[in-house]
Design a protein around this ligand. Structure first.
Ligand code: UT7
Length: 353
């Protein structure tokens, strides 16, 4: 008798796990809401702040503008707007949400968790939840975690939010980082699939590599280097990045994680309906998509309008894929990200609505 097969298992009767062998998905995304603050910071605006120019930024990154939160707005505020939008789309009350996972590297405070602030803000009475720090891979990790909570049969409504107010930790005197980042949030609701429904979460592959931790970090403000006059004077509460080192790692790992995930599911780039990658640099996305054999028409790119919103990029790009008619029910979706940590992750979903 064959052993029962769970979505997450890689082996099936001792043979490599394949999408063709597995049981039907158990968890699906049923709604998506996003929020970006209205204020826009263009490349031309940045030319007035630092020694940069539109031509360099567009050629090296693909970014033309990014959204920036007003001083009164924090990560939980954007997350709440995105969450309300997702719940309204699904037509359910916040009190029905059982778990809230907020993926962010820019929490309102270290504690309480931003998930708690969101729970209170939307009125999700009875929910539990937590924050997830996985930087640019946050949304891929968070949605995978949410899918497993649902697939386990213990939860029916999980809200996963990627929200980052990067402008709060960016040094607007450092041209090598300030041109890259923006603010934004996206929320998805994950629910069980119906009996016999072939849509939803398929598989995930992830990797963390702390040997790259120094290449992209906010050095001060934690237990290693608490805030002091010195840390403020040395601008250590801002993002510090070894750009080229991160770039090389991201180009390699974005490709490898997608290749391996597709391979172990018996798929190739040609099977992908839409690739929705983290938006850190257009050149990283294009390099990965080229090597995977995914044509540019199937790769969602919106970095030109939002920059890198860290945990917000993938939901914002998914929203654009839907609104542009490029993501439809039944499509095979490949989410992929590489970020600070390093964190690496890719997931496969059959789009459900
Ligand atoms: O999402 C989290 C993960 N992060 C990433 O994936 C980001 C990965 N890294 C990158 O995307 C790229 O490395 C950057 C966009 C950050 C930088 O692009 P690059 O092609 O690697 O440029 P570079 O750092 O090698 O710098 C090339 C030149 C340097 O000048 P010199 O030394 O050649 O004279 C820089 O000083 O470009 C200069 N430069 C700039 N010039 C105009 C750096 N930043 C700027 C700027 N405007 N904003």
């Amino acid at each position: 008798m064959k052993a029962p097969v769970c979505n997450a298992w890689r082996l099936y009767d001792g043979l490599p796990w394949s999408i063709k062998d597995k049981t039907l998905p158990k968890a699906k995304i049923t709604a998506l809401g996003c929020y970006t603050p209205p204020r826009i910071l263009t490349n031309q605006d940045l030319e007035k702040l630092v020694d940069t120019n539109d031509e360099w930024i567009v050629a090296r990154t693909g970014i033309r503008e990014r959204h920036i939160a007003d001083p009164g707005m924090a990560t939980s505020d954007m997350a709440i707007e995105a969450a309300k939008c997702a719940l309204a789309q699904r037509g359910i009350e916040a009190s029905e949400v059982e778990v809230i996972i907020v993926c962010t590297v820019t929490p309102d405070m270290f504690f309480p968790a931003t998930a708690c602030l969101v729970q209170h803000g939307i009125g999700a009475k009875g929910a539990w939840g937590f924050d997830m720090i996985a930087a640019c891979s946050g949304f891929v990790y968070g949605t995978t975690t949410g899918a497993h909570l649902v697939a386990a049969g213990t939860h029916k409504k999980v809200l996963v939010i990627g929200s980052d107010t990067m402008s709060r930790i960016i040094d607007y005197t450092d041209r090598s980082t300030c041109v890259l980042f923006g603010d934004g949030a996206g929320a998805v609701l994950i629910e069980p699939t119906a009996d016999g429904e072939d849509a939803g979460y398929i598989d995930f592959l992830g990797e963390i590599d702390g040997s790259g931790g120094d290449a992209l970090k906010m050095p001060a403000g934690g237990s290693r280097m608490p805030a002091s006059h010195e840390t403020v004077e040395k601008r250590m509460h801002f993002v510090h990045q070894e750009g080229q080192q991160v770039f090389k790692y991201a180009v390699r790992k974005m490709y490898e994680v997608c290749r391996d995930l597709l391979e172990r599911n018996g798929l190739t780039g040609a099977d992908v309906g839409v690739m929705i990658p983290h938006q850190a640099n257009l050149r990283i996305i294009n390099a990965a998509a080229d090597r995977l054999g995914i044509p540019s028409g199937k790769v969602l790119i919106n970095i030109d309008r939002y920059g890198n919103t860290t945990a917000g990029t993938i939901p914002l790009a998914t929203r654009d894929a839907i609104s542009q008619g490029r993501l439809k029910k039944g499509d095979l979706v490949l989410f992929a990200a590489v970020g600070a940590g390093y964190t690496v992750g890719a997931s496969l979903w059959r789009w459900a609505y």
